[in-house]
Design a binder for this molecule. Sequence first.
Ligand code: GLU
Length: 296
Amino acid sequence: MTQVAFPLHLVTRFAPSPTGRLHIGHGYSALQAYDLARKSKGRFLLRIEDTDVTRCRPEYTQGIFEDLAWLGLDWDGVVIQSERLGAYDAALERLKGLGVAYPCFCTRGDIARELAASLHAPHGADGPLYPGTCRALGADERRERMARGDPHSWRLDMGAALARTGPLCWHDDAAGDVPVDPDALGDLIVKGRDRPASYHLAVVVDDADQGVTHVVRGRDVFASTHAHRTLQALLGLPTPVYRHHPLVVDAQGQRLAKRSAGLSLAELRDAGWEGAALAADIRAGRFPLGIGLSEA
Ligand code: GLU
């Protein structure tokens, strides 16, 4: 009998947003996902998360392909989110049909005022939670404002969602089994007012459609996984295993950003670095230019 050491169907992905050139932190993340797939003879997929129409640019998408190839990565498929908006709309319709999504007419200013007026605004992973103003709107007012065409986003009613699904849990390679915390993100946005799709909803739909079994990504989005697990349960989608890796930080301990000067893969290439050598160094945990991994 043949002994199979790893599941043959293991599928990982790297899902950058084309809002700037990739930096060493992206290279680290992509290599983590790539190596996990390749070591188990699985598949490594790419996804271009370009739903933020104001910030994404086609030349950055091209840059992603160039930079990853320069590092020596190849991929077994690409999904471009802006070509899949119908799938996200369909998922939103399902959430509405389940009665777990509501239109939110609040502007940022409205929310800030509401929070300032409340004594005990609950905080989640990314700051104060949405205070639930529009969740409490009566059906008539909601209908009237919709009929009037008032600008709105759509939010997940996290309480109603978990009442429907019951308690949920997800698995992180490092943190183990993690129970879903409804207050991690609160009533998150599943369709922004100025965006064709939300990050959270698109990620969940695409991870399922791409058959992703292992999501490898930075710890900065750890809290989002509470929302993603909830959306998977509501939409009847499978749940991948998660690996949230440490973040790459600069010499001052600050997270690398797309605007961090001199640390983009393109700049290193122009400065004479060799992609394969840099990839080998990153794999060995030897980061150049004072860069390292965050402790937390
Ligand atoms: N586009 C997201 C980012 O660049 C991807 C996060 C994820 O892998 O789910 O942070």
